[in-house]
Design a protein around this ligand. Structure first.
Ligand SMILES: [Zn+2]
Length: 520
């Protein structure tokens, strides 16, 4: 059997053939095919693991070739394939099938022969290349993580250690028996899974609650502005409890992204438990921390927030270059990472949730303090977000009063979640077959067909355009928000209905609120 491995490059990757040649001569163990330092070190791990497993490391000249030879390879996932190639070439490992069949081997070896999961595993299993192999050997640590993934038909063999590889009865391997299927039903429990209940003060003013609900339902970007202590941060954090868990294709993408970030799986802990798509980076975070990158093109907070929320608390305090770099991902829903010899693109459809004060000193808008900032300073503070970035925030909400302690008047979380989940299902149904799922990304064609089709609403849209207060982009945002507002309404139609004039008016005030409009 031919032996293969997988080299992950950011979100993507490619298949690698592993060849072994053993010749008589002075004992040596070398690897060619542009191995990085982690691959070079695998010689020591492989040698120790083979010896510790009671097998024989050939005392001759061993040469490993990783093909294609012109692409650099790094990471510890090559250990298992290299060990398998050595064992096969030295006659200690026999496979029952035709020699032209390919086996895929991915895993890191411990010195005792134990096989560990790596950050390459899921990228390999979920790539189309995985379908070309007769067998796929991975660490048994991964067994819990692939439950419910669409890999049921792959011939996966879970091995705990190198001796398992030798002892495997491959004649019985046909497909991985993975239990459980991804949740897909029309059930709120499925949408929110085991999401935690509130542990926030939740007596938000109704305007804030409403804005949060609309943002969560349609994946709309949101900005809270107001004096310090007015509950802006608490408000954006509430999104964690309102944004449903993703299922289907987006869930797979999340697992793949998080699989690249998690360096090692903690024992048999499934990866799903590690996926947390509500991300709140500190404003001192580096560009690489937020956008991703490095030698391995790892995902940053932005990609990790795919299908969830990226919180930028005190947004103007973030590095200006980082803020400006968010513009393209916001528009294209993907973040491209490029280094000299590799490039990748992580999907990042996320809600950008930001907060900011009214002025640099923070006292503006407070009744108990005096703001001494000049008009120029205030304008400079607001412009730190940059027009291009600012233009892409659909919902702007003034936050003036602190949320009260949780009391009897609090909204029913279950009820809210139900409405949001229902609105999201409506959108998914409407956009089946499109590249996007939610209103925040709806194309002009869809908007033209759904919004402003009646006399009253089309008149209203024309008035907005004629008033000159809204830019073309903001007019599109009003249409998208109005669609979400309509989707939140409890109507019988499964695919939703055209937004009413009231929905348009509410959307307009979210896009361009009247309070502090001189800065917006
Ligand atoms: Zn001030």
């Amino acid at each position: 059997m031919k032996i293969g491995c997988f080299s992950a490059v950011g979100y993507d990757g490619y298949a690698v053939d592993v060849e072994c040649d053993i010749r008589r001569g002075l004992p040596a163990f070398s690897i060619v095919g542009l191995p990085g330092s982690a691959v070079q070190e695998s010689r020591q791990r492989v040698t120790s693991a083979i010896c510790a497993s009671g097998l024989r490391m050939p005392s001759d000249r061993v040469l490993i070739n990783l093909s294609p030879g012109n692409l650099p390879k790094d990471g510890s996932a090559f250990d298992l394939a290299i060990a398998a190639a050595v064992l096969q070439e030295s006659g200690q490992l026999h496979f029952p099938d035709a020699p032209e069949d390919f086996g895929l081997f991915i895993g890191e070896l411990g010195l005792d022969g134990r096989i560990r999961a790596t950050d390459t595993d899921l990228a390999a299993l979920l790539s189309p290349d995985a379908r070309n192999y007769r067998f796929i050997f991975v660490s048994s640590d991964l067994a819990a993580s692939v439950m419910g993934l669409p890999v049921e038909d792959l011939p996966i063999v879970f091995c705990a250690c190198l001796t398992d590889l030798i002892k495997q009865d491959l004649s019985i391997v046909s497909a991985c028996r993975s239990g459980g299927t991804p949740a897909s039903g029309d059930d709120v429990a499925a949408d929110f899974g085991d999401a935690p209940g509130w542990n926030l003060p939740i007596d938000f003013p109704p305007s804030i609650m409403r804005a949060l609900t609309i943002s969560a339902a349609g994946m709309h970007n949101i900005l809270f502005y107001g004096p310090p202590g007015s509950g802006k941060t608490t408000a954006v954090r509430a999104l964690e409890y309102l944004v449903p868990r993703e299922t289907g294709e987006v869930r797979l993408q999340q697992l793949r992204i998080h699989g690249r970030a998690v360096r090692a799986f903690a024992g048999a802990q499934p990866l799903a438990a590690e996926v947390r798509s509500f991300r709140e980076p500190h404003h001192g975070s580096s560009a690489e921390g937020i956008l991703g990158g490095g030698r391995a093109l790892r995902p940053g907070e932005l990609a990790l927030a795919h299908g969830g929320v990226l919180v930028l608390d005190e947004a103007p305090e973030f590095n200006r270059n980082v803020l400006q770099s968010l513009r393209e991902p916001m528009e294209q829903a993907q973040i491209r990472l490029v280094r000299a010899e590799a490039a990748t693109a992580y999907p990042c459809r996320t809600i950008f949730a930001m907060t900011m004060n009214l002025c640099p000193c923070g006292n503006r808008g407070r009744s108990d303090a005096i703001c001494m900032c000049s008009d120029t300073e205030i304008r400079r503070y607001w412009s730190r977000l940059g027009g291009a970035l600012y233009d892409r925030i659909e919902i702007k909400v003034f936050s003036g009063t602190a949320p009260g302690a949780s009391g009897n008047g609090s909204p029913d979380l279950r009820d809210l979640r139900q409405r949001i989940a229902r609105a999201r299902r409506r959108q998914r149904r409407r956009y089946a077959g499109c590249a996007w799922n939610y209103n925040a990304y709806a194309s002009q064609d869809v908007l033209a067909g759904m919004v402003g089709t009646e006399g009253r609403t089309s008149r209203l849209l024309r008035e907005y355009a004629d008033s000159g207060l809204l830019s073309l982009r903001q007019l599109t945002q009003v249409r998208r928000l109005a669609l979400t507002i309509a989707d939140l309404e409890d109507v019988g139609q499964p695919a939703g209905q055209a937004p009413s004039a009231e929905a348009l008016e509410e959307a307009r005030l979210l896009v361009r609120p009247e309070l502090y409009a001189e800065y917006l």
